[in-house]
Design a protein around this ligand. Structure first.
Ligand code: F6P
Length: 322
């Protein structure tokens, strides 16, 4: 193993820069060359490579986004696209690859490694926290803290006006951002895709709260919930409680950017180091995660098949405490 490539793929996530920095510096420390692939699989297909040295990753540990940029590549879903990517990697003399991304990234990596012989390891990078094989994905801690801070602000104004707020958070088809931000802000209810939503029960709860003169009611809605988005849910509730003063906020991409938290930077750095060590030790086709602070390797085939499950005890916390 002489030359290692690193890239970020799918939705960007805070902490990706810290992770790339760790990959680059670990590889150099171990006497390897490093190149960055720009724009994920798109850059791999186009041969858009950039040589990285120690200084190339200076001053990025605290930055959100990804300086290598990212993409969701349709071309990599085709055999022709993947062949072109393999051709460019070979021409560049790359022996090992580190991919930082989510399940789409590992789905691509799984097909690619079945067709082409490259040592390929993955690191979980997504704000959604939906991957098995790791307690936390890179980006989740920052995103959930950003959501928490925004909800705290909304709560102030909700209290001042006796309003019901429906706040939609990201997460694709997973409810982890919704769940922990709901617990951390003392939300009255949370709707997540992992649990079938009963809107009439929600209405009953909100009516009870209003009767008990609760000044604010905050309902966190995960974007993938089966009852729909925050606007759909608010419409239903408004029809059932016409006298309620209701507002909706969709937090959107504000959750994807921003300075990574301390835990984010530390975990991302740890994972980056482990990825390089794994490649050098001959691992391939695995995603490297941290469970109970220990390094765990999960084959891509497993990482893409299963979805991280929500612990019912966490859902119950919202019910008991809200
Ligand atoms: O996977 C990360 C994520 O932010 C999801 O939470 C969200 O559903 C999606 O990406 C949004 O993607 P895009 O930025 O392409 O609209």
């Amino acid at each position: 193993m002489n030359k290692i490539a690193v890239f970020t793929s799918g939705g960007d996530a805070p902490g990706m820069n810290a992770c790339v920095r760790a990959v680059v510096r670990t590889a150099l420390y171990m006497g390897k060359e490093v190149v960055g692939i720009k724009r994920g699989y798109e850059g791999m297909i186009d041969g858009d490579f950039v040589s990285l040295d120690k200084r190339s990753v200076s001053g990025i540990i605290q930055q959100g986004g990804t300086f290598l940029q990212s993409a969701r590549s349709k071309r990599f879903m085709t055999k022709e696209g993947r062949s072109l990517a393999a051709k460019h990697l070979k021409a560049e003399g790359i022996d090992g690859i580190v991919a930082i991304g989510g399940d789409g990234t590992f789905t691509g990596a799984n097909v690619f490694t079945s067709e082409h012989e490259f040592a390929f390891v993955g690191l979980p990078g997504t704000i959604d926290n939906d991957l098995v094989g790791t307690d936390f994905t890179i980006g989740y801690d920052t995103a959930v803290n950003t959501a928490m801070a925004a909800i705290d602000n909304i709560k102030d104004t909700a209290n001042a006006h006796n309003r019901i707020f429906f706040i939609e958070v990201m997460g694709k088809d997973a409810g982890f951002i919704a769940l922990r931000s709901a617990i951390a802000t003392g939300a009255e209810a949370v709707l997540v895709p992992e649990h079938t939503t009963n809107l009439d029960e929600l209405v009953d709860q909100l009516v009870t709260n209003r009767t008990a003169k609760k000044s604010a009611n905050i309902v966190i809605v995960a974007e993938g919930d089966d009852a729909g988005g925050a606007f759909d849910v608010s419409k239903y509730v408004q029809e059932k409680i016409p006298e309620a003063d209701i507002r909706v906020t969709v937090l959107g991409h504000i959750q994807r950017g921003g300075r990574p938290t301390c835990m984010e930077r530390v975990r991302a750095s740890q994972m980056g180091i482990e990825a390089v060590k794994s490649l050098i030790n001959g691992d391939t086709g695995v995603m490297i995660g941290l469970i109970n602070q220990c390094v765990v390797k999960t084959p891509f085939s497993q990482a893409i098949k299963h979805h991280q499950k929500i612990k019912p005890a966490l859902l119950e916390m919202v019910q008991i405490l809200g």
